[in-house]
Design a protein around this ligand. Structure first.
Ligand code: BES
Ligand code: MN
Ligand code: ZN
Length: 502
């Protein structure tokens, strides 16, 4: 889908815009937006008469389609409910964009005009609204049907969307917001597709190949460490996880340098378990297929870097992706095995299903060599995080409150929200082991916190934050599929840091 921004006066919007569909916002009852008022005048009151029918639902996101309205150049008019002005917030905005997008998907219209200014949420501003509109539309139009020989539905007709700014000139800010949003959507789609691909196709080698493809396309630096490299370095924890698998492990390092060389990089570390059976501590059969999404952290790192490189952002970012499978097998790690991590600390592996922290600890230690400004890891780390926060908020853990605050703010800005949890020393004793420096599990109480506390032991000399996306990276049930989160958050974080650095 192509997007563009155009300045259109209300008269142009109604008289000149020969579009397949004009999208118009309606508040509560029959209160209509500025653009809708202009359209209603041009159409001799046809819109208000249509609204008087009561056919447009009151919930934000409800829609009603009108065809061939006399006096308007547009073939169709899509009325979209925003709801009461006083209650209009980000959630209502999201619902409105999604509602409009869902309706547009089912139409034959090839193009549409979206007067974005009518959708602005208080205090968020026009650039924010441009981003939200583009991301909302792209999210709804995303499809993953490459493995279906009989497509469930025809591809949508809509090919281009004009974001109309009534009256006001198109600012550089709005143009920049559009460019950022399109690149972010490309990155999120990329992450979603990697997540949705089945585990027989999306293997560690496949992820490495995709990273190489990105590197070529966007002129990024790339290095892929193989098993023998890991052995030489002494990544005993990562190697312990991969032992039961026939797929060779990889450690991908992808670098995007959009800022001055002297500026320290933001390092993103993504968990890349392409399938998590639990290993010898085998998981139950129900929903085990969803453990193909256990590489979502890795996918989000690749997606975020793709987005930042795609928009030529002035940031230095390095992605580090430890990737392997967690399988049972004759050579697999046993509960009770003790291994030496890259940091030199020893770990008693009491549960082979707590494998994410094992691959991450070696990757986090490795990240120090890039002299990072900050390190953020992204992982589908614990079922306990889903119990704590459900599917709305990503869990945030950090050893630096300033970094945590930046991530909270970026998450709010991108509406890809996170909620902070403690990493207090008091929890550390749950990780004690009689046979090694630490155990890899801390028992049921505070399971996502003790997982973060485990990682904290490998990041003492770094400004570090950890995002547990176990509840937010994918959806289960009928709408099963990757969400692409937290790509929007990561992109916003990197850009906000760049803006602050000047
Ligand atoms: N990948 C899982 C976490 C997970 C489970 C995410 C379910 C989303 C849904 C992780 O590797 C895991 O198995 N964690 C264990 C840790 C436990 C053994 C301490 C868990 O959460 O049960
Ligand atoms: Mn596991
Ligand atoms: Zn896992």
């Amino acid at each position: 889908m192509e997007f563009s921004i155009r300045a259109l006066t209300p008269a142009q919007l109604t008289g000149k815009a020969k579009t397949g569909c004009l999208v118009l916002a309606v508040l509560a009852g029959e209160t209509i937006s500025r653009s809708a008022q202009a359209a209603d005048r041009a159409a001799a009151g046809a819109l208000r008469r249509a609204l008087a029918s009561g056919d447009l639902g009151e919930k934000p996101g409800s829609t009603m389609l009108l065809r061939d309205v006399a006096g308007l150049a547009a073939k169709r008019v899509l009325l979209v409910r925003l709801g009461e002005r006083a209650k209009y917030d980000v959630t209502a905005f999201r619902d409105a964009v999604r509602g409009a997008a869902t309706a547009l998907k089912g139409l034959g219209a090839k193009d549409a005009v979206f007067p974005v200014a009518d959708f602005v949420v208080d205090r968020r501003g026009l650039p924010w609204t441009v981003r939200g509109t583009v991301l909302g539309l792209r999210e709804t139009f995303y499809r993953f049907d490459q493995l279906q020989t009989q497509k469930k539905s025809a591809a949508p007709a809509l090919a281009s969307v004009t974001l109309a700014i009534a009256g006001a000139p198109v600012t550089l800010q709005a143009q920049a917001a559009l460019k950022e949003a399109v690149a972010t959507a490309d990155g999120a789609d990329f992450a979603r597709t990697l997540g949705n691909l089945p585990p027989n196709l999306c293997t560690p080698a496949y992820l490495a190949d995709e990273a190489r493809r990105l590197a070529k396309q966007f002129r990024l630096g790339i290095e892929v460490l193989e098993r023998r490299d890991m052995e030489k370095l002494g990544m005993g924890a990562l190697l312990a996880v991969t032992r039961g698998s026939h797929q060779p492990p990889k450690l991908i390092v992808l670098r995007y340098g959009g800022a001055a060389k002297k500026r320290k990089p933001l390092v993103l570390v993504g968990k890349g378990i392409t399938f998590d059976t639990g290993g010898i501590s085998l998981k139950p059969a129900g929903e085990m297929d969803e453990m193909k999404f256990d590489m979502s952290g890795a996918g989000s790192v690749l997606g975020a870097i793709r987005a930042l490189a795609g928009m030529r952002a002035a940031v230095n970012v390095i992605g580090i992706i430890p990737t392997c499978e967690n399988m049972p097998g004759g050579a697999a790690t046993r509960p009770g095995d003790v291994v030496t991590t890259l940091s030199g600390q020893t770990v008693e592996i009491l549960n082979t299903d707590a494998e994410g922290r094992l691959i991450l600890c070696d990757a986090l230690t490795y990240s120090a060599r890039f002299d990072p400004e900050a390190v953020v890891d992204i992982a589908t780390l614990t079922g306990a995080c889903v119990i704590a926060l459900g599917h709305i908020a990503t869990g945030l853990f950090a050893n630096d409150q300033k970094l945590a605050d930046e991530i909270l703010a970026a998450g709010d800005d991108a509406w890809d929200r996170v909620w902070q949890m403690p990493v207090w020393e008091d929890y550390q004793e749950q990780l004690r082991s009689n046979f090694a420096d630490m155990a890899n599990i801390g028992g049921r109480p505070g399971g996502s916190i003790t997982a973060a506390c485990y990682l904290a032991r490998f990041t003492r000399n770094l400004r570090w934050a950890h995002l547990d996306v176990a509840g937010t990276a994918w959806r289960s049930g009928r709408e099963k599929g990757s969400t692409g989160r937290p790509v929007p958050l990561l992109v916003r974080l990197a850009l906000r840091r760049a803006a602050r650095a000047g």
